[in-house]
Structure formats: C-alpha cells, structure tokens
Design a protein around this ligand. Structure first.
Ligand code: PLP
Length: 430
C-alpha cells in the first residue's frame, strides 16, 4: 500500500524538487498537461518586459546586433542540442513543427529522388499526430509520392524497397508509447530508407540521442515540455551528412549565404542555418530561451538522465495509485508498462457507451473543475476506448501532486459527479 506520507517523503528526497520554483503554477492547480502546453517560467515575465521595453522600445533596429536578436535561432538551437543528442551548430529554432516537417521531408524526398529514384513511398504510422500526416499528404500529392500508413507493429515489415522515407513521432501523443529510435532507424537504414523523427513529445521529456541512432532528420516542439509559451517556435535538425544537400523548399533570405548582399539569386548558406526562412519572431524566441535556461541548469545536475529517472517514478506511481485506489471504475491503461516503451505521460482509457457518450470527456471536465488539469482524446477508429491523458513533467510535478491527482480522480468516480450535465455539455462523440 502506497500512502500519502510515502509520496511526501519522496518529494523531500527528490534532488530535482527545487526546479518547480522556476515556474509559475497557479494556486490550487495540479497541472498534468505540460505535454500539450508547458507552464510559464517565472523569468519569462521580466524577459518579456525587457525585450519589449528595452530591446524593441529603446534599442530599435540596433537590437538585431546589440541584443543578439540575429543569432537567436542558432543560440537556442545550441541549448536544445544536448537534450536530443545533436552536435553544436546542428540545430536551429524557427517556424512551427508543421513547417519544419515540410522542410525536412521535402529535403529527404529530394535526397531519395537522387539516390534511389525508384522509391516512391513515405511510410508513417496511422496514429501519428494529424498535422504530420497532413503535411506528408500534401507533399506526397505535390511530388507524386504515396503516403502509406500502418500500425506500429507493422513498420518493420512495411519497409519495402519502395519506401523512400520513414517518418515517425518518437512518443505517441495519444498513448504515450515510445519507439526504440535506435532499432527502428537501423531497420530503416538496412532497408534503404531515410528516417525523420518528430520529437514533439520527447524533447525535454525523455533522453534522446539522434547521433547514436544515426537518424537523418528531426524536428520538435518548443511549447510542450520545453516550456517556451503558446505557439513558441519549433526546432529542426539535419544530420551533418545531409545539411548541405539540396535547398530546403522555403528558400528565404535568412537561409541565404549572404542575406545582406541583397542579390536577386538564392545561394543557400552552409549547414542547418539554411533551414531558416524569413525574419524570426524575436519576442517568442526570447521567451523560449527562459524555458531552455531551466534545462541548461538541469544539465548541471544530472540532465535528461536524472529527469528520466524522476519521470518514470512519477508515471509508475500514477499507474500504481490508479490501480490501488480507483479499482472497479472500469479504467484501462493505454500506456505501455515497460519503461523502455513509455514517454512521460500516462493515458487511461474508458469505453465509450453504446449511445456514443464519452464518460472519459466528462471525467476529465470534472477533474479540471477540481483543479486537476489533464486532457481528453477521443479513441481512434473502432476501438471505442476514449483517452484521459495525463502528462508528468519531471521539472515541476511532484510525488504528492500525483497522490492528490489520483485522490481527486477517485472522488470524481466514486461520487459520480461527472454525470452532471455541466460536465457533459458537448461530449457527444460521433
Ligand atoms: C504538438 C505536435 C505538433 C504541433 O505542430 P504545430 O505546427 O506546432 O501546430 C506536431 N507534431 C506532433 C507529433 C505534435 O505532438
């Protein structure tokens, strides 16, 4: 039996406990949605004021140099690099995840078209995040490729000589299931396919080593586990063997070898900087730096390995407490029990009723009303298993938070309050 006192004792001995003080967490809230929008670093308030009133307000155009605006995409890229196993000057922060995926997939298709033109398929997972599939669908239409979508267990068998690019998200947004990046990339390589990894639910959440896996391209999100703020710019990495091959398709002046020469023709600069397109969102980049600064501090005390130990302890605890305290309420678990197959979230499931009503949606709404913020994702396809999704960000979630979250869940289920109309207003799922 796990007790509240056990959880409190684990907080007391948690070497990462102090990191939550770097963030604003509203009173009365247990925030288990950092996998969707990370919390605000306290430093962001002063940084926002500084970049607006001083750097913009007073420094004006001179701030491109004097405040270091021009190099922000590279500087932040170098802060992200150690979190994902990339080298120095191999990552830039820019644009959105969707746009960066467009750029790297286009580059990968150009490389494949030159090296193995008979390969005409982009392979991905049916349950990949929709925007990744939409971007791939658009590019495949444009270039005459076929997008093939399979279940995760069929990826290996589907890596036929037709496949040009394997495009996967490392940690599944819905279930929290994590691929073995090294093994999958190796299989793709043997099959002659290039690999693109989306790290939206990995960067800052689980250790990643792109070089060890020998991946080809990668992208990821700034506003989830990296705490960059709503709509924060995303990052992009290309293996150095590919960085200088082909233009990325958004050949704007920020990726030009001599942007201030203002020549009428485009000449891509060397390396990952060619993946920049146009003038960068300086205010948003500046706020992301506040989130990354906390990770830079965490690197000094064990880094991603230490964060991973705590993340697994939090998700293990949540699953154990749900089993211990919420038995008999028809909850399932979609997240794999094996550590190596799990990201930093736990997805519980509940069957949708025969009339299409989703109890999972209503339970999540009732939890939010009690200050426990998770989110809901409709079950995919025919499964009828809707998902209650809870993200555990080791920088600012504690063990007592996990206890309290499960206690609120138990009360919601036991009281049946989730059946009240106010929690069911728009939950008919078709
Ligand atoms: C969150 C997420 C995105 C978000 O893309 P945007 O361009 O920022 O909207 C993309 N891919 C995956 C896998 C995600 O989880």
């Amino acid at each position: 039996m796990i007790t509240l006192q056990d959880c409190q004792a684990r907080d007391t001995s948690d070497p990462l406990r102090g990191f939550r003080d770097h963030f604003t967490i509203p009173d009365g809230v247990i925030y288990l949605d950092g996998n969707s929008l990370g919390v605000m670093p306290k430093a962001a308030v002063a940084r926002a004021a500084e970049v607006v009133t001083q750097e913009w307000g007073q420094g004006l155009i001179g701030s491109w140099n004097s405040a270091g605006w021009f190099n922000l995409p590279q500087r932040l890229g170098n802060q992200i690099a150690p979190l994902i196993g990339a080298g120095a000057d191999e990552v830039v922060v820019t644009d959105t995840t969707s746009i960066n995926l467009y750029k790297v997939l286009a580059a990968a298709l150009s490389i494949a078209a030159q090296d193995s033109p008979q390969r005409r398929v982009v392979l991905s997972e049916r349950s990949n995040f929709p925007t990744d599939l939409y971007i791939a669908e658009g590019l495949c239409r444009e270039r005459g490729y076929t997008l093939q979508l399979v279940e995760p267990e069929d990826i290996g068998n589907s890596l036929t000589p037709e496949v040009a690019v394997l495009m996967l998200t490392h940690v599944n947004y819905r279930t929290g299931a994590m691929h073995d990046m090294g093994a999958v990339t190796a299989t793709a390589q043997v099959a002659g396919a290039l690999s693109i990894w989306d790290l939206a639910h990995s960067a800052g959440a689980v250790p990643v080593d792109l070089h060890a896996a020998d991946a080809d391209f990668s992208i990821g999100c700034g506003y989830k586990y990296l705490n960059g703020g709503p709509g924060a710019p995303a990052f992009v990495w290309a293996h150095p063997r590919h960085a200088n091959r082909f233009w990325q398709p958004l050949s704007g002046w920020w990726g030009h070898a001599a942007p201030f020469a203002f020549t009428p023709d485009y000449q891509p600069t060397a390396g990952i900087q060619r993946y920049l397109c146009g003038t960068q969102p300086i205010v948003s980049l500046s706020l992301l730096e506040c989130g990354l600064d906390v990770f830079s501090k965490a690197l000094a005390v064990g880094g991603m390995a230490a964060l991973r130990v705590k993340s697994l302890a939090l998700t293990d605890l949540f699953m154990a407490l749900v089993q211990q305290r919420c038995a008999g309420f028809e909850l399932g678990v979609a997240t794999p029990p094996a550590h190596a197959q799990r990201g930093s979230q736990v997805s519980l499931t509940r069957d949708r009723s025969a009339d299409g009503q989703s109890s999972a949606f209503a339970i999540v709404q009732a939890l939010i009303a009690r200050g426990v913020i998770g989110d809901y994702r409709a079950g995919d396809g025919a499964s009828h298993k809707d998902i209650l999704r809870f993200g555990f960000t080791p920088l600012y979630i504690g063990f007592e938070d996990v206890w309290n979250a499960v206690e609120q869940l138990r009360q919601v289920l036991e009281s049946g309050e989730w059946k009240e109309p106010r929690f069911n207003a728009k939950h008919a799922v078709t």
